[in-house]
Ligand binder design. Structure first.
Ligand SMILES: Nc1ncnc2c1ncn2[C@@H]1O[C@H](COP(=O)(O)OP(=O)(O)OP(=O)(O)O)[C@@H](O)[C@H]1O
Length: 225
């Protein structure tokens, strides 16, 4: 369903990774590992359509991503390093605002149920600027609970999440994958509740040592934003 074909990325004349080819089918989770600075966030931003600065090809449902980007975007949930949560809005308002960006509509009941799932009941009407770092991220994760998106692109979703939160997030990922969803995730920790459908790749394995082979500007990939 999602295929990366000989993907490569360079930043400031430094190759982060190259020749990365991998397929992700419904019911699979792919964990991206790698040292700090190896390019995990860069890769996820490329996959989420936030950066067109790459080499290679991304294929969605058998078609070049740029030609089906609208469909891809509606099918994708991106949880960035800094999740998009507006400080001046309440958790309820944030979830509705975020869902609108993906053309999704939630009922009031769905929003409240999602907030309950992430233990933010009682904070429904509190401006997010007054929440703790972990609670702030839980607002974006509550959106994940309610979302119908098939592909989840999650950049370090466990950061600032407590022990119990990690457990329910792992359960949520397992259930999404078991239901035919797809997940691409960066995390420095192993995921414990997943088995057969769970693969990992290390970006460090896709680095080129020979500087003369670094990706040049003339080989920049498609820009679809
Ligand atoms: N817009 C940019 N301009 C220049 N360099 C960049 C840019 N974005 C990322 N980089 C560089 O690319 C490298 C990879 O960054 P990235 O954030 O993707 O790493 P990461 O694997 O996610 O790291 P970490 O595990 O620390 O989160 C870093 O050296 C970073 O400084």
């Amino acid at each position: 369903m999602l295929e990366l074909v000989e993907l490569g990325c360079a930043r400031d004349d430094r190759t982060l990774f190259r020749n990365l080819s991998v397929k992700l089918s419904p019911g699979e989770l792919l964990q991206i590992e790698g040292a700090n600075g190896s390019g995990k966030t860069t890769l996820l931003r490329v996959l989420a359509g936030l950066s067109g600065d790459y080499q290679g090809k991304i294929v969605w449902k058998g078609k070049k991503l740029s030609s089906v980007y609208a469909d891809f975007r509606l099918s994708t949930f991106y949880f960035g390093h800094k999740p998009a949560v507006k400080a001046e809005l309440t958790p309820v308002e944030n979830i509705i605002w975020r869902a609108n960006l993906r053309n999704e509509k939630y009922s009031q009941q769905q929003v409240l149920a999602a907030l309950q799932q992430v233990s933010l009941n009682g904070y429904e009407d509190t401006p997010c600027g007054q929440l703790s770092a972990g609670q702030h991220r839980r607002v974006a994760l509550a959106d994940l609970f309610a979302s119908q998106s098939s592909l989840w692109i999650l950049d370090e979703p466990f950061t600032a999440i407590d022990f119990h939160g990690v457990a329910w997030l792992e359960t949520l990922l397992a259930s999404h994958v078991a239901g035919g969803g797809m997940v691409i995730i960066t995390s420095h920790q192993s995921l414990s509740k997943l088995s057969g459908s769970y693969r990992t790749i290390r970006l460090d394995d896709y680095v080129v040592e020979d500087a003369s082979e670094e990706i040049g500007d003339d080989k920049a990939g498609e820009v679809f934003l």
